[in-house]
Design a protein around this ligand. Structure first.
Ligand SMILES: O=C(O)CCC(=O)C(=O)O
Ligand SMILES: [Fe+2]
Length: 296
């Protein structure tokens, strides 16, 4: 079966329904093609200066250019795309929070061989997460059209339900063909890989991925975006980058300070009616932390 396409007017629930069934879904024309051109323009010098990958997995004729939050103001909006965030919340909502995992333009040069088929969550030291326990929600935005010929991402629909550690070949996969401005959504558990580029053009995708906040980020957000740029970014984006608590106490600074206050010393938390369920969850977590309740 091929990767299912959904219109940009879809709700997060509709996307999640396809993700739950197939592990991947394409949202057509999620942004205008001109937005992709804008990213291309902002990223051009950095892409040109990026060398090919260091091994066959990274792709020796594939350029991976990161730091998109620092380098491309347009990518900041893509990272914060409301439909993506709502989908991530649904997919990763079983944890206290989720975060930006990596930001990367992937430019697969003409003649590049296919990337080995893999699960992105293997980056976590090949830990075998329980089936159905998603730790990543990924997007790859088509910065150029994605065609079967130019190296569209290859996906095995429904393989998020397969056993771990399997090996696949190109013929087992389907191309995620999509037009510029569309986005492929896929879980960390889906088997996939960058396609072979048999065309004479470079295939460019913008890989923006999100992970549970208690996992290490693939791209170090604190060093990829210089502090002086971070200080200019909106709080919501900073929170998503990891300047936040990734659970009851994960990620505090020195004397249990909120990391956002380090980047933005003048930041004052807006008074917000706390949600009862969230408060109860934190109380339970705090109890567990202190060891209360064990003798109760
Ligand atoms: O470039 C692509 O289409 C996918 C790349 C990929 O899956 C990866 O680098 O993990
Ligand atoms: Fe991947």
């Amino acid at each position: 079966m091929s990767v299912r396409h959904l219109p940009a007017s879809s709700s997060a629930e509709e996307i999640v329904a396809v993700l739950s069934a197939d592990g991947a879904a394409i949202v057509d024309n999620l942004v205008a093609a001109s937005v992709m051109d804008q990213v291309a323009e902002e990223m051009h010098p950095y892409i040109q200066a990026t060398p090919g990958g260091r091994d066959d997995f990274a792709g020796r004729t594939t350029r991976r250019t990161g730091g998109l939050i620092a380098r491309s103001p347009t990518c900041r909006d893509l990272v914060m795309n409301p439909l993506v965030l709502a989908t991530a919340k649904e997919t990763l909502g079983h944890a206290a929070a989720f975060q930006v995992h990596l930001t990367q333009v992937i430019a697969i040069g003409p003649g590049s061989p296919a990337q080995p088929i893999h699960r992105d969550q293997w980056v976590f030291d090949f830990f075998k997460f329980p089936k159905g326990f998603e730790v990543q929600l990924n997007t790859i935005w088509a910065m150029t059209d994605f065609t079967a010929e130019n190296g569209a991402t290859r996906v095995i629909p429904k393989s998020h339900l397969f056993e771990d550690g399997l090996k696949f070949e190109e013929q087992d996969t389907e191309p995620a063909t999509m037009s510029k401005g569309s986005a492929l959504f896929y879980t960390g558990s889906i088997y996939h890989g960058g396609g072979a580029n048999r065309s004479n053009m470079t295939r460019c995708g913008i890989n923006l991925t999100y992970s549970l906040s208690w996992l290490r980020q693939e791209e170090n957000q604190y060093l990829s975006t210089p502090r002086e740029i971070a200080a200019t970014l909106p709080v919501d984006l900073l929170r998503l980058m990891g300047y936040s608590y990734g659970g009851y106490a994960l990620g505090y600074v020195d004397d249990v300070r909120d990391p956002i206050k380090v980047v933005k010393p003048d930041f004052v938390k807006a008074p917000k009616p706390a949600k009862a369920a969230e408060q109860a969850r934190f109380r339970d977590q705090a109890k567990q932390w202190r060891g209360d309740g064990e003798n109760a």
